[in-house]
Design a protein around this ligand. Structure first.
Ligand code: PNS
Length: 157
């Protein structure tokens, strides 16, 4: 696999995401972690903050870069020579929507989607859950990288 993209909102990046990036980086020559600039979705962290956090946690990988995109993912893929979309699958509940998107993206531009079965250690994790727990003072250590933990503390302190 040549160039792959791991797209998402990453508000914020979790250890589950990081596990998928690492495994994608093992399979592909080059991986782009692409943050969707979604103006309709209310986010905790700005796109710039999310990119900064992603750069911090992926800096040790020689073949992972971080970018943002607006509009259709397939257009981003076409414009950047990306041949595969890589997504983590946590549970069957993820599957319906992920399958729909994979089929639509293939129909639109023949780009393939590859699913990586999430490490069971992180199967219950989501950015929304992390934000909710952190907002009310719960401990999310071990679920997000330490640099993200510090930023969550700063947001909610
Ligand atoms: O982390 P998320 O919010 O679950 O990621 C969803 C994402 C960004 C992968 C998906 O919404 C997406 O690809 N959006 C870009 C717009 C697009 O291409 N929509 C058509 C999908 S078939």
């Amino acid at each position: 696999m040549r160039k792959a993209v791991c797209p998402g909102s990453f508000d914020p990046v979790t250890n589950g995401h990081l596990d998928v990036f690492a495994r994608a980086a093992y399979l592909a020559d080059e991986v782009i972690v692409a943050v969707l600039v979604n103006r309709t979705k209310q986010s905790l962290f700005t796109v710039e903050e999310r990119i900064e956090m992603l750069r911090e946690v992926t800096s040790s990988f020689g073949n992972i870069s971080v970018d943002s995109f607006d509009g259709l993912l397939v257009d981003y893929c076409q414009n950047n020579g990306v041949t595969a979309i890589v997504k983590g699958l946590r549970a069957v509940s993820d599957f319906d929507y992920e399958l729909q998107m994979a089929q639509m993206n293939y129909r639109l531009s023949r780009v393939e989607t590859l699913f990586i079965a999430t490490n069971p250690e992180y199967g219950y994790l989501s950015s929304s859950l992390i934000k909710e727990v952190a907002r009310f003072g719960g401990d999310v250590k071990g679920s997000v990288p330490d640099s993200v933990l510090r930023r969550l503390d700063a947001k909610f302190s």
